[in-house]
Design a protein around this ligand. Structure first.
Ligand SMILES: Nc1nc2c(ncn2[C@@H]2O[C@H](COP(=O)(O)OP(=O)(O)O)[C@@H](O)[C@H]2O)c(=O)[nH]1
Ligand SMILES: [Mg+2]
Length: 705
C-alpha cells in the first residue's frame, strides 16, 4: 500500500438523509476505481461500508463506515478517504462526530425527494464549522427523478451559492450520462456498467441548457474575483485553466456549493464525481490551522497540519470487535505516525502503543508502515483511549476539542431476563458505550433502577439486538419509574417522643422541632438547624435526632418518595439519665418528622423535562396540540427552512413513550431531545392517583416499621 501525503489526500464525509444513496455511491466509487471487484449493494448486504450485522439486517447505515479509493493519473494519484455516515434521525450524530476530521462534505441528495429533513440538519452541522460542501444528487435513474426540481429545492434551502457544475443527459430509466459544465464535455455510460464514461460531444437535447448554464457559471465565478472579472469583460469568457482553480478556491471558502449528478446503482457519473473531488475539493493540506487546547486546558494551541510538526492524532470513533478487541479510528492532524510508535494520551495521561497501524477499507484493515498528516487510520488494542481523545508526542501536548453532542432523548429501565444475563449485561453495555457516544447506562439513585438512554426507540432496539448477538445477554426494557419527590408547602411545630419502659433497661428520647419549606429546587435537599440551649438534649444525642429525620425523609410520607427542600429546627426536648440512647433519639426524630409532615401541607413533586422537538412545518399544529394534552408548556418556537423547532417544558411522566408517539404522529420525520430541567408540583388530580397507587403497592409488602 502506497503512503500518501497531505496534498494527495482528500477526506470526505458523505452526509445526508437516509436512503439518499450514500452507501451505494461509496460502493460505486470503489468498484469504478478498481478497489472492489464488483458493485456491492445495500439490499443484499454486500455494500463495503454497511458490513455490520445490524446494518445488513436493517439495510441501512447505523454507524460511520470508512473506505478509500485511489484515483487520478498515476503521476498524481490521490487517495480519497470516504466516511459513509448514517442519515437516519437517530444515528445522524455519527455524522456530526466525524465532520471535524474531514476537509469537505459530500451532501448526498435523492434525485426524487430533493432536500429532506436530515439534509437540512447535516447542512447546519457543516455551517457551524464552515466545512466546504459539494452536493451530489444521486438516484437520478429513478422514476420521477428531476434535476431542475431538485436544484430548485436546494437553492430554496441553501441559497444562491448552490451551483450546478453538471447537467444530466436523459432522465429516469433512460439516464445516460452527464455534461461537465466547466469543460463543456459530455460523458455517456452504460447503465450498470463499469462506471467509465465515454467522452463525446454534448447531445443536441441538452446543448442549449448546457450553454446557458456554463455562461451563468462563468459569470458567477467572475463576480467573485476582480482579475477574473476583467478577463471576462475583455474576452467574454474565462479559460478552463483559470476557471478550475477559481472554483476550487470558491468551494474551499464556502462561497460556492457545486451540484453534481449520479446514479450510484447504475454507476453513472461516478468517475466524473471522483475527478471533481480530486480537482475541486480541498486537499488535506489545505485545512485551516487546527485549534486545540494546551494540556491543562488553559490556553489555545494550534497546529498547521503538516508532516514536519510534532505528531498529534485525534480519535473520532471506537469500535469494539469480538476478535480484535477495541479498535480506534483516528486522524493524524499533524506529524507522521510510524507503526509501533508510542504516543501520549493527553486526555488520560497514559502512554499508548500504536502497534499494527492500518488503513480501513470497509471491514478490512490494510497494514501501512506510516500515516502522514491529514490521513485517517486505525489501530487495535489501545488500552485506555476513547473517542474524543488526542494523543501525540509527549513533549508537545495539544488537545483537540471533542464534538458536542445532544442529550439523549429517550430512557428505558433495563433488566436482565435471568440471573445468567446479569453479569453479561453490565459488561456488554460498557463495551457498547465505548463505540456509541449517545448511549448512556446508569443507575437512578432514587428509584434504584438501571436505565439506558439513547436517541430513540430504534437506537435502543439496535443496542438490545447487539447485546443479544454479541454478548449473549437477554434483557427486558420497561418504561422507567418516574422519580417523584415530596416536599412541604407549610410550616409545622411538633413534639416527637419515644418512650419504652419494660422492666430492665428502657428507651427514652424526646424532641421538639419546627419544620419549614426551603425554596423549591434548592441545592440543599434538607437543612438541619440545632437551636438547643441549656442542654435540654445532650449534645451527643443531637446527631441521632438528625439521622432519624433524614432516614424518615428518605422513606417519604405521601407515596414513599424522598422528601426534599425543607428545614428542621430542633429547639427543645428532654432526656433520661439511664434510658436515653442514640436509638431512642433516632426514633424520636422519626416520630417528630411524621407528625410534622401531617401539619406542613405535604405535596408531590415531579421532574419536568426541557424538550426540543424538530418537525416539518406541516406537523406543527398536531405537535402543539399533543404537547398541550401532555401538560406541556410551550417555551418558544423557531422556523428554520421548512422545519419548526418547538421548545417546551413537559412533565417526564407524560414523555415516557414520546419516541414512538412522535414517530407515528410525523411518519418518522420528527426528532426530539430532552433533559431534566426542574421539579414542580404535581396537579392534585394526578397526585391522588399516584398516592392511591403507592398505597396499593405498599399494601402488598409488609410495612417496615
Ligand atoms: N434506483 C436507484 N436506487 C439506488 C441508487 N442508489 C441507491 N439506491 C437504493 O436506495 C436505497 C438506499 O441506498 P443507500 O445507499 O443505502 O442510501 P443511504 O441511506 O444514503 O446510504 C437502497 O435500496 C439502494 O439500493 C441509485 O442510484 N438508483
Ligand atoms: Mg448508508
Amino acid at each position: 500500500m502506497k503512503v500518501y501525503e497531505g496534498s494527495n489526500l482528500r477526506n470526505l464525509a458523505l452526509i445526508g438523509h437516509g436512503h439518499a444513496g450514500k452507501t451505494t455511491l461509496v460502493s460505486a466509487m470503489l468498484y469504478t476505481s478498481g478497489g472492489a471487484p464488483r458493485l456491492g449493494r445495500v439490499d443484499d448486504g454486500s455494500a463495503p461500508t454497511d458490513y455490520d450485522e445490524e446494518e445488513i439486517a436493517r439495510k441501512m447505515s447505523i454507524s460511520t463506515g470508512l473506505a478509500f479509493v485511489e484515483w487520478g493519473k498515476p503521476e498524481a494519484r490521490v487517495k480519497i478517504n470516504l466516511l459513509d455516515t448514517p442519515g437516519f434521525n437517530m444515528f445522524v450524530h455519527e455524522a456530526k462526530m466525524v465532520l471535524p476530521v474531514v476537509d469537505a462534505a459530500l451532501v448526498v441528495v435523492d434525485g426524487v425527494a430533493g432536500v429532506e429533513v436530515v439534509t437540512q440538519r447535516v447542512w447546519g452541522y457543516c455551517e457551524e464549522i464552515n466545512l466546504p460542501r459539494m452536493i451530489v444528487v444521486s438516484r437520478m435513474d429513478r422514476d420521477r427523478a428531476d434535476a431542475t426540481r431538485v436544484v430548485e429545492s436546494l437553492t430554496n434551502a441553501f441559497g444562491r451559492a448552490v451551483t450546478p457544475l453538471q447537467l444530466p443527459i436523459g432522465s429516469e430509466k433512460s439516464l445516460s450520462g452527464i455534461v461537465d459544465l466547466v469543460r463543456m464535455k459530455a460523458y455517456t455510460y452504460e447503465m450498470g456498467g463499469n462506471g467509465k464514461g465515454k467522452e463525446g460531444p454534448i447531445p443536441a437535447s441538452v446543448a442549449d441548457a448546457a450553454k446557458e448554464a456554463h455562461e451563468k457559471l462563468v459569470e458567477l465565478v467572475a463576480e467573485g474575483k476582480d482579475e477574473l472579472m476583467e478577463e471576462f469583460f475583455e474576452t467574454g469568457t474565462i479559460p478552463e485553466e483559470h476557471l478550475v482553480p477559481a472554483l476550487h478556491e470558491a468551494i474551499r471558502e464556502d462561497k460556492l456549493f457545486p451540484v453534481l449528478f449520479t446514479s450510484g446503482l447504475g454507476n453513472i457519473g461516478v468517475d466524473e464525481l471522483m475527478d471533481f473531488i480530486v480537482d475541486y475539493t480541498p486537499g488535506a493540506n489545505e485545512h485551516h490551522a487546527i485549534t486545540g487546547w494546551t494540556a491543562d486546558g488553559e490556553e489555545q494551541a494550534e497546529r498547521k497540519g503538516t508532516d514536519n510538526e510534532p505528531a498529534s492524532v485525534y480519535v473520532f470513533k471506537t469500535m469494539s470487535d469480538a476478535f480484535a478487541g477495541r479498535i480506534s479510528y483516528f486522524k493524524v492532524f499533524s506529524g507522521v505516525l510510524k507503526n509501533d510508535a508510542s504516543l501520549q494520551n493527553y486526555n488520560r495521561n497514559t502512554l499508548e502503543k500504536f502497534a499494527h497501524i492500518s488503513l480501513i477499507q470497509g471491514k478490512a484493515a490494510v497494514p501501512i508502515p506510516e500515516i502522514h498528516a491529514g490521513d485517517i487510520g486505525a489501530v487495535a488494542k489501545l488500552r485506555e483511549t476513547l473517542t474524543g481523545d488526542t494523543l501525540g508526542d509527549k513533549a508537545s501536548p495539544i488537545r483537540y476539542p471533542a464534538v458536542k453532542l445532544p442529550e439523549p432523548a429517550i430512557t428505558f429501565a433495563i433488566e436482565p431476563k435471568s440471573r445468567a444475563d446479569e453479569d453479561k449485561l453490565g459488561v456488554g453495555l460498557h463495551k457498547l458505550m465505548e463505540e456509541d457516544a449517545m448511549l448512556r447506562f446508569f443507575r437512578d439513585p432514587q428509584t434504584k433502577e438501571f436505565l439506558i438512554a439513547g436517541t430513540g426507540q430504534q437506537h435502543i432496539e439496535v443496542v438490545v439486538s447487539k447485546m443479544r448477538k454479541r454478548y449473549h445477554a437477554e434483557v427486558v426494557l420497561k418504561a422507567p419509574k418516574v422519580p417523584y419527590r415530596e416536599t412541604i408547602r407549610g410550616k409545622a411545630d411538633v413534639q416527637g417522643r419515644h418512650k419504652k419502659q419494660t422492666g430492665g433497661h428502657g428507651q427514652y428520647g424526646d424532641c421538639k422541632i419546627k419544620m419549614e419549606p426551603l425554596p423549591r429546587n434548592a441545592e440543599v435537599e434538607f437543612e438541619f438547624v440545632n437551636d438547643i440551649f441549656g442542654g435540654s438534649i445532650p449534645r451527643n444525642f443531637i446527631p441521632a435526632v438528625e439521622k432519624g429525620i433524614k432516614d424518615a425523609a428518605g422513606r417519604g410520607f405521601l407515596a414513599g418518595y424522598p422528601v426534599v427542600n425543607f428545614r428542621v429546627i430542633l429547639y427543645d426536648g428532654s432526656y433520661h439519665d439511664v434510658d436515653s440512647n442514640d436509638l431512642s433519639f433516632q426514633m424520636a426524630g422519626r416520630i417528630a418528622f411524621r407528625k410534622a409532615m401531617e401539619q406542613a401541607k405535604p405535596t408531590l413533586l415531579e421532574p419536568i423535562m426541557n424538550v426540543e422537538i424538530t418537525i416539518p412545518d406541516e406537523f406543527a399544529g398536531t405537535i402543539m396540540g399533543d404537547l398541550n394534552s401532555r401538560r406541556g408548556r410551550i417555551q418558544g418556537m423557531d422556523n428554520k427552512a421548512g422545519n419548526t423547532i418547538v421548545k417546551a417544558e413537559v412533565p417526564m411522566a407524560e414523555m415516557l413513550t414520546y419516541g414512538a408517539d412522535l414517530t407515528s404522529m410525523t411518519q418518522g420525520r420528527g426528532s426530539f431531545s430532552m433533559e431534566m430541567h426542574h421539579y414542580d408540583t404535581v396537579p392534585q388530580a394526578q397526585q391522588d392517583k399516584i398516592i392511591e397507587k403507592a398505597k396499593a403497592e405498599r399494601g402488598e409488602v409488609t410495612e417496615e416499621e
